[in-house]
Design a protein around this ligand. Structure first.
Ligand code: CP
Length: 359
């Protein structure tokens, strides 16, 4: 059975299959109106969301299926202390597929260990957001006609931005990709992405200090919000919150054919004056999110019993008894959980649930 926890759970071919299916859904909406008739999607959202939860809901409705779930964990038995694994053991009796967002990193991977139905990661803490990545890939395809030979600028909160982490992983599997990282020192890309994705896979990247110096070479500018909710210290947030603001003057430095993406919500990192620029693709990106989630739900249900579409087999490394994951937001630090590890390219032991080191 195939779950989607990390973008690399899908092979490059499966990813392309989903994008192609989304393009066909866009061209032939009526053909898919009963594709998931009689099926149910559960949306379990332990963290706020507008786009992801509503687009999953709209996607299943447009496929002729039904949706149940919760948008606020406080209204579920989670508030009584029920674990993620137990919640999934319950919900799998009511639904054919589950989309889950959680502030605890690795919660969805833990869910796959007990689930009899496909689990989709709709965002786990600062870690990963693979359905946003599918949305981004479909948007880049529709805006620029290709996914290879692109220079992509990532701007803003590259430290906590799970959409950035997931998209870099996905783009590292395409040919001819260069990335430009634009972030204040406090919000730079985590080392595990630099080492295990960029360095190990030979993805060309550079770090620059200003948007102005990056703009002329970009095919895609991926703007992100500085995520107040991830900061432990409000002063630290205040110091960086307005580091980079995209306005019409900066857009004048960009190529005529380029695309500005943003997973949204925005705060003030893109001025509203940019919205009218034809290169501003972020509201078209939202609609693409619904189409690609239609393609994903449909594919995971079709693939459920197909041995060709299994999860990648990963080598597990034993964790010494005296070590634990360093990440306080990891599932292993918040619920009773086994410790699972892999060996990273720098030789360090990394947590399978959240990619942080053990200490
Ligand atoms: N892009 C995104 O994940 O938006 P929401 O938080 O509104 O779901």
């Amino acid at each position: 059975m195939k779950h989607l926890i990390d973008p690399t759970d899908l092979t490059v071919e499966e990813t392309q299959e989903i994008i192609d299916l989304a393009l066909d859904i866009i061209a032939n909406r009526a053909k898919y109106s009963e594709k998931c008739k009689g099926k149910k999607l559960a949306t379990l959202f332990y963290e706020p969301s507008t786009r992801t939860r509503l687009s999953f809901t709209a996607a299943m409705m447009e496929l002729g299926g039904n949706v149940l779930g919760f948008a606020d964990a406080a209204s579920s038995s989670v508030s009584k202390g029920e674990t993620v694994r137990d919640t999934v053991r319950v919900v799998e009796n009511f639904a054919d597929i589950i989309a889950m967002r959680h502030h605890i990193e690795g919660a969805q991977l833990a869910a796959t260990e007990v689930s009899r139905v496909p689990i989709i990661n709709a965002g786990d803490g600062s870690h990963a957001h693979p359905t946003q990545t599918l949305t981004d890939l479909l948007t880049i395809t529709r805006e620029l006609g290709r996914l290879d030979n692109l220079t992509i600028g990532f701007c803003g909160d590259l430290r906590f931005g799970r959409t950035v982490h997931s998209l870099i992983k996905a783009m590292s599997r395409q040919k001819g990709i260069k990335i430009v990282l634009i972030a204040p020192p406090q919000l730079r890309l985590p080392d595990y992405i630099k080492q295990d994705v960029c360095d190990r896979l030979g993805l060309e990247y550079k770090e620059v200090d200003t948007l102005e110096e990056a703009m002329p070479e970009l095919d895609v500018l991926y703007m992100t919000r500085v995520q107040k909710e991830r900061f432990l210290d409000e002063d630290e947030y205040e110091a960086v919150k307005d580091s980079f603001v995209l306005d019409c003057d900066k857009m004048k430095l960009a190529k005529e054919k380029m695309a500005v993406l943003h997973p949204l919500p925005r705060v003030n990192e893109i001025l509203e004056e940019v919205d009218a620029d034809p290169r501003a693709a972020y509201f078209r990106q939202v609609e693409n999110g619904k189409f690609v989630r239609m393609a994903l739900i449909s594919s995971l249900l079709d693939w459920k019993d197909d041995p060709k579409h299994e999860m990648p087999v990963e080598e597990e490394v034993e964790v010494p008894d005296n070590l634990r994951c360093e990440n306080k937001k990891c599932i292993t630090r918040n619920e009773k959980s086994p410790r699972r590890a892999y060996r990273a390219s720098d030789g360090s032991l990394r947590c399978r649930y959240c990619d942080h080191k053990f200490k």
